[in-house]
Design a protein around this ligand. Structure first.
Ligand code: AFP
Length: 343
């Protein structure tokens, strides 16, 4: 028996141990973030279990309600939203919550208030539920501005003010990817232990990728920089091979692949949707934060995505994010367009 290997296998870095290690580096920390995160992790485990059982438990199906975007809600969306709201409120560490499923922000009862604001999409990619494609939870965490005066302004902050962001992907395995502002780490749920174990330490996105990811069905409404970029991906003029197209239509799954394999994910503005489709607070910001922390970039077509200042909680923005060099290419095309229209 190889004892060294055995010792290695049994010394597992759980997500709680990892966050406690990070906490111990900050002597002023009182453990509030660790408590908040453990409640988010509980929410993810609950949803992972519900997603796994969805077919069996007949949870799939319409709940007969529509969400704020006018989309039909599935039962799993409703359930996931309830689970996360309850988990976050009961942590005693939150004060304002913004969920994709709720039109209004939730202001936590003053008795249960803490210093964090959480923006989240409890079950992103829900149109993929019925066919078993990977879906996920996305979250971004801010610190409250003024404890005695909690307002919507606390969540209408630029993405660069986020303290932490992450997502949990419910797929062939359940993977939680987290950044607390010093790199990105990935944890996989070991179902037998019920623990997220560090499996992808210090994720770095390749500097340049070979994959582009976009809904090409919208191509006829694209602006010139997006159309030119995609044309270059398919018919490169510099002798490089064409890039592969991969598009799942579930942001968590498309971003997870992009983080690990490199490449670029695009949800641009188009003729019909000048702000694109994806929501700033709980899709664009958390994913942009993770991308930058992994060495990539994120761009709106006008500016660094994390510099955006949302004016409403369900604002949308065009987004291009992924490998550093790939995003540089799209930035150059937008700069060219801006220059030619100012000439
Ligand atoms: P659903 O939650 O309605 O499935 O939308 C998923 C999503 O918000 C995001 O996860 C995808 O990247 C994007 O929309 C896909 O949009 P298209 O279906 O327009 O390509």
């Amino acid at each position: 028996m190889d004892h060294a290997e055995d010792a290695h296998r049994t010394d597992l870095m759980t997500i709680t141990r990892h966050v406690l290690n990070e906490q111990s580096r900050n002597p002023e920390s009182r453990g509030d973030f660790t408590i908040l995160l453990s409640h988010i992790v509980f929410g993810c485990k609950f949803v992972a279990s519900a997603v796994n059982k969805a077919g069996l438990a007949k949870l799939i199906g319409l709940a007969g309600e529509t969400n704020v975007q006018g989309e039909e809600q599935k039962k799993l969306d409703v359930l996931s939203n309830e689970v996360f709201i309850k988990a976050l409120v009961s942590s005693g560490r939150t004060c304002v919550l913004v969920s994709e499923e709720d039109e209004e922000a939730t202001f936590v009862d003053p008795k249960l208030r803490g210093k964090y604001c959480v923006c989240f999409d409890p079950l992103d990619g829900s149109s993929n539920i019925d066919c078993g494609v990977s879906i996920g939870t996305i979250f971004g965490i801010y610190m409250i501005k003024d404890k005695d005066n909690v307002t919507l302004e606390d969540v209408l902050q630029p993405g660069k003010n986020m303290l932490a962001a992450g997502y949990c992907m419910y797929g062939s395995s359940c993977t939680l990817v987290l950044s607390t502002g010093s790199g990105v780490n990935g944890f996989t749920l070991d179902p037998s232990l019920g623990e997220f174990i560090l499996t992808h330490p210090d994720i770095k996105i390749p500097k340049k990728g070979k994959i582009y990811s976009v809904n090409e069905g919208n191509a006829r409404n694209w602006d010139t920089p997006t159309a030119t970029f995609v044309e270059k991906c398919k018919y490169p003029k510099d002798g490089s091979p064409p890039r592969s197209l991969r598009y799942i239509g579930s942001m968590v799954a498309d971003i997870h692949r992009t983080l690990l394999y490199g490449g670029i994910f695009l949800y641009p503005a188009d003729g019909k949707n000048p702000n694109g489709k994806l929501r700033v607070l709980y899709e664009v910001f958390p994913m942009s934060f993770l991308m930058e922390q992994a060495g990539g970039q994120s761009f709106t077509g006008k500016e660094r995505a994390l510099d955006l200042v949302p004016t409403k909680i369900h604002d949308r923005s065009p987004i291009f994010l992924g490998s550093y060099d790939d995003v540089e290419e799209i930035k150059a095309l937008y700069a060219e367009q801006a220059k030619s229209s100012s000439d």
